[in-house]
Structures are given as C-alpha cells and as structure tokens.
Design a protein. Structure first.
Length: 347
C-alpha cells in the first residue's frame, strides 16, 4: 500500500485552504482499509477520514494519517412494490449519484441535488434540503471499525440521525464502549430506499415560486431536480470558483416562547414551525440582521447573496475563517440570545 507524504490538501477541501497531510492513503475498497489496519506502523497512528472535503475547516497541517475515501460504484440492490433500494460507494460524488438515480428511473433524492460532498459523508451530516433529509431515504450502510477492522452494517435507528447529526459525529467512551462512532467508523457503502409511488416534496417558497412561474402544478422528478439546482446556483457560490463549505451554521431551534419574544422585537424574522412544537429559525436571516452580509475579516468573508455562507476571498487561513465565525456567533448572541452552532468540522 502506497503511503503518500506531505500531500497538499488545498484541492481536497472545498474552502480551498492551504494545508498538507503529513501522510495520506487512498482507500478504493474495504480491502485497502483492512490492509492499512494490518500494518503495524499505520494501525497505531491516529486517523482522519477525508471524503470530498466539503464540510471541514483546516486550521493547520493534518498530522493524523489521512484516509482519502475513493470507494466507487453505483447499483440497484433490490426493487419491490414499495421501493427501489440503491447503493453507492462512499467515494461517489453526491450530486452525481442523485443525477444517476434519476437517469435510471429511481426518483426520491431530487430535493437533495447539488449538495457538495461524497455519498459516504452524507449520513454523517444527515444532509437535508427543501423538506427532505437523508434519513427520510436511508436504508442502511456498511462501515469498518478502525480499531478492530471488523465490517459491520447499521440501519437508520442505529445511525441515530438528528438535525445535521448522527452517531458518526459523537465520540464513544475511551474504553471503546458507548454509541459514538466519531473517528472510529469508516463508511464504505450506503444504501437508500426510494419509495414507490413517487410523490414530490414541495411546500418551500422557492419551489412554489418555480411552480407558479412555469405554470406547473404536478412537477416531474426531473423538473424538481432542475428547480433545486437552479435555486441553489442562484443563492450559493460554486466551491470551484469561490472556496466555501456551504451553509456554515445550523439553523437553531427555539421554543415557541423564545420565538414570540424575537418576533416582538424583530417581526421580520424568518422561522419554521416543526412537528415537535419547536421553532426553527433561519440562521442566515439572523446573521444578515446583524449586518454581516458581504463583510470580510482578513481573507475570509460572508457571501454577498447568502449570509449563511462563509467564503475564502483569496488565501484565507482556517484561523481567519474561525475568527470570522466566532465574531458572527457573538453578534447573533448579543442581539438575539441565540447561540449558532457551526456545521463544518474544524480540524
């Protein structure tokens, strides 16, 4: 197995932050992982799993062994009267996979189009957009325990999905017990259950506007896919043009009483009632209300078209990005009493 040394990571993270990996191994199969774990030298090293690099902020060079996930493959596993079950390798580009499912006639993921990153990273973050979360379409996944080399399978309940959350974002106990799998599980394949008959998930203002503009009352999966792509491209910067990690902060949830208090002070606040009775606030609106849209700290800035997105304006360091993020958090807390939580992993 080839261990690459001093590997530049600027092209491997969507923020385009300059950093390097001291050591990197490219993983194209489960066997590659097990080979690395069988090496006395590599097995003893701390490890960092790198997918598409779309949800990380690098604040320096990466000292742990980087396992760059490049496991490919897409296939229909099973078809029944209720659903198509499709599988993809963890290294597959997420958007390309969504596009492929539609081309094959397996709709259901169209609302999640154009989300950056890889298939393997999608369950970690429980990605979501326009009324659909990954957990709504999830079947199961395969992973490898980086401590034991054991291959195991998890269903949705075992992944403990939450809002932009999963068991893969929490550490277990130091003795290996507990439910947390952060840094321990390397996802290799993910399967999705795409329900029959297909029904469009609508209800968001942007989608309703597209329906009205095009006089379409019953969109096809392909139309919905294209609308989501158009909406995202109009609002969000292309990481290939402007370095960024997409939405930088989670939308905070508050009680109805907290929301009413904010509405009393700022009637224009954007919010969404949730099924459990809590209220989700639009983090982008909170940041914009504090005057951050378009502002810059060092070489890191807030995107002019969407305050929820932090961008690299040219050679920004991870430290500059986090300084900006912390300043935004302070502003929002001082004005609204809300603590914003970053989505990306800070390395």
């Amino acid at each position: 197995m080839l261990v690459e040394k001093n590997v530049p990571l600027q092209a491997l993270n969507s923020f385009r932050i300059i950093a390097k990996a001291y050591s990197l191994v490219r993983v194209a199969s489960q066997a590659d992982v097990q080979t690395a774990l069988a090496s006395a030298e590599l097995a003893a090293q701390p490890k960092f799993i790198l997918g598409g690099g779309s949800n990380i902020v690098l604040t320096g060079d990466v000292k742990p062994l980087v396992l760059k996930i490049e496991i490919m493959g897409r296939r229909l596993v099973q078809e029944s009267a209720k659903a198509f079950v499709v599988e993809a390798g963890a290294g597959e580009n997420w958007h390309n996979f969504v596009e492929w499912t539609l081309e094959q006639g397996y709709p259901g993921l169209e609302n999640l189009a154009l989300i950056p990153g890889t298939v393997g990273a999608a369950p970690v973050q429980n990605i979501g957009a326009y009324g659909v979360e990954l957990q709504d379409r999830f079947d199961s996944l395969d992973a490898i325990d980086l401590q034991t080399g054991r291959i195991f399978t998890l269903n949705a309940a075992q992944c403990a999905f939450g809002y932009r959350d999963s068991v893969f974002k929490h550490a277990g106990a130091s003795d290996g017990s507990g439910l947390g799998l952060a840094g321990r599980a390397l996802i290799t394949q993910v399967r999705f259950s795409l329900p029959k008959p297909w029904k469009p998930v609508l209800g968001y203002a942007d989608l309703e506007r597209k329906m009205a503009e095009q006089a379409v009352s019953e969109p096809t999966p392909q139309q919905l896919f294209q609308w989501v792509c158009d909406i995202r491209r109009a609002k969000l910067p292309d990481p290939n043009v402007i370095g960024n990690a997409g939405s930088f902060f989670k939308n905070p949830t508050v009680t109805p009483e907290q929301c009413a208090d904010i509405i009393a002070r700022d009637p224009k606040v954007v919010y969404y009632p949730l099924l459990d009775g809590s209220i989700k606030l639009a983090a982008g609106w909170l940041i914009d209300a504090c005057g951050w849209k378009g502002k810059t700290v060092g070489h890191a800035g807030v995107y002019e078209k969407q305050a929820l997105v932090l961008v690299n304006r040219g050679d920004a360091t991870g430290g500059e990005v986090m300084t900006l993020a912390k300043a935004i958090q302070t502003s929002v807390y001082e004005r609204f009493g809300i603590r914003l939580e970053p989505e990306p992993v800070v390395v």
